[in-house]
Design a protein around this ligand. Structure first.
Ligand SMILES: [Cu+2]
Length: 492
């Protein structure tokens, strides 16, 4: 019953929705102010999604689909987006990777207004920088595995550049996303992902002794999240439309890890990926790799030359995850049959491969030290995460900033990870340059998320050129929800 009513609202549009659903006073006031048409409307609602025949999952989505609609914006041309919330939860929609003001960004911690329950919010801004960005919910999930990024709230943004890097025949957007999450005690996350894998002895001793002390007190291991269903573009392997290609074509894949918590890999038997951009930013040194690795919220844009005709699985290198759906079929013209798989070579991900060879990054005006630590099972069985000993108190609320900046200065963040987990670290409203990976200086790779390996260290630099509160956090939902966040601040 509820399903058909929702479908009616969707097809009948917003006018019917407004008569059927109560609208809050604030939202009504906003409606009255609205003028003209939005370029895009994103409707947040609980929707059934069929990820495989007869496998239908209830989840929160944008416009009833996973992923949400691809938004093609133009660099420097203003865009108006109306965000409509048909759920009973106030919403934050984050424009990941864009240089936007605080009231647009979509982070309650910075003070972005919520999209009210059964209400809407219209926003207008100038998209930048060009390249592959995305949007997703920035709500806290905590212990609720139906909330936040565990649901279907993720969609691609492509900001058309003035000039496209690399020659290609066709673009394909892919989002990797798991469903049916459950909690476990301790996890089986791949840790052996990054190179150089230079562990810092001091960090290892610190992390291992803290863990030992906790277990000695009789504490169980903190909760981790696992999944039963795996999808690319909202469909389990074999149940979506294949990607149809022709021999000799150069296909540009834009791949997003839309997972709430997982690191993902991707391989295509007999083919290589020429990585031209990371997180939407062209890399100084495009190189070919046999396997892609993406931390939560990372994007890779890579060109594949279609020179190995057949029907293949583009899929996760983990046999278990691929068998549970993490893959999509690549079908050459006039080729039929069951999609083939061949084990991918063991390959570790090295951001430095894509850096400017021999170059050195500019010196920073100031360096911030950040130490990340895990307090095993400290919050009702969940791990508590701290930055320099402080856990962000309660997510979705504002807190005093911990780092105070001055506009126009160049900052370095030197991060040290005293836990054995890989953390995909994200900075809001800015892009950063990778300046040191596990002891090796690098330059020229611009990103907004970077994986930091267990007991490893790295450094990123950014210029303070977008004033206001700026959220810095681990993008792993379970980590950010239990303390792994902090705020930077500066005025213009
Ligand atoms: Cu983390």
């Amino acid at each position: 019953m509820r399903v058909s009513r929702r479908n009616f609202i969707k097809t009948a549009g917003l006018v019917a929705g407004a008569t059927l659903l109560p609208i809050t006073g604030a939202a009504q006031a906003q409606n009255d102010q609205d003028e003209g048409r939005a370029d895009y409307t994103l409707i947040i609602a609980d929707t059934p999604v069929e990820i495989a025949p007869k496998k239908i999952i209830s989840m929160t989505t944008y416009n009833g689909q996973v992923p949400g609609p691809l938004l093609r914006l133009k660099e420097g041309e203003p865009v108006t987006v109306e965000i409509v919330n048909h759920t009973d939860v106030p919403e934050q929609l984050h424009w990941h990777g864009q240089i936007v003001p605080v009231d647009i960004d979509g982070a309650a911690e910075e003070g972005t207004p919520f999209v009210p329950v059964r209400g809407k919010r219209r926003i207008r801004w100038v998209p930048q920088p060009s390249g592959y960005r995305f949007y997703h919910t920035h709500n806290r999930a905590g212990a609720n595995l139906f909330a936040g990024q565990y649901g279907g709230q993720v969609g691609h943004v492509y900001i058309e550049p003035k000039r496209e890097p690399g020659r290609f025949d066709r673009e394909v957007f892919l989002v990797l996303k798991e469903f049916e999450p459950t909690f476990s005690r301790g996890g089986d996350m791949p840790q052996d992902v990054l190179t150089p894998a230079t562990k810092v002895k001091e960090l290892e001793d610190k992390g291992e002794s803290a863990m030992k002390a906790s277990l000695a007190k009789g504490m169980p291991k903190g909760y981790e999240v696992g999944y039963d269903a795996f999808t690319i573009n909202g469909r389990m392997l074999g149940h979506g439309e294949p990607v149809r290609v022709k021999e000799g074509e150069r296909v540009l894949f834009h791949v997003l890890n839309g997972s709430a918590t997982e690191i993902r890999s991707l391989a295509l038997p007999g083919h290589r990926f020429r990585v031209i951009a990371l997180d939407g930013n062209a890399v100084p040194n495009p190189v070919s790799v046999p396997v892609l690795w993406l931390g939560t919220a990372e994007r890779v844009s890579a060109i594949v030359e279609m020179n190995h005709p057949g029907v293949w699985i583009l899929g996760d290198t983990s046999d278990d995850d691929r068998r549970h759906g993490m893959g999509i079929v690549i079908e050459y013209a006039r080729r039929k049959g069951k999609a083939g798989w061949m084990a991918a070579p063991k390959f570790r991900w090295n951001y430095a491969h894509f850096a400017k060879p021999g170059a050195k990054a500019d010196a920073p005006d100031e360096t911030f030290e950040m130490l990340f630590e895990k307090d095993n099972a400290a919050i009702e069985g969940f791990n508590r995460w701290t930055i320099n000993g402080v856990a962000y108190s309660a997510a979705n609320t504002m807190a005093p900033a911990s780092f105070h900046l001055k506009q126009g200065r160049r900052y370095r963040i030197h991060m040290r990870n005293a836990s054995d987990d890989v953390h995909p670290i994200h900075l809001h409203r800015h892009s950063f340059e990778l300046t040191n990976i596990g002891g090796t200086a690098t330059a020229g790779v611009m990103k907004d998320v970077v994986m930091l390996g267990g007991y490893q260290e790295l450094a990123v630099d950014f210029v303070a050129d977008n004033p206001g509160l700026t959220l810095f956090h681990c993008h792993q939902q379970l980590h950010m929800d239990f303390g792994f966040m902090t705020l930077l601040d500066y005025s213009g």
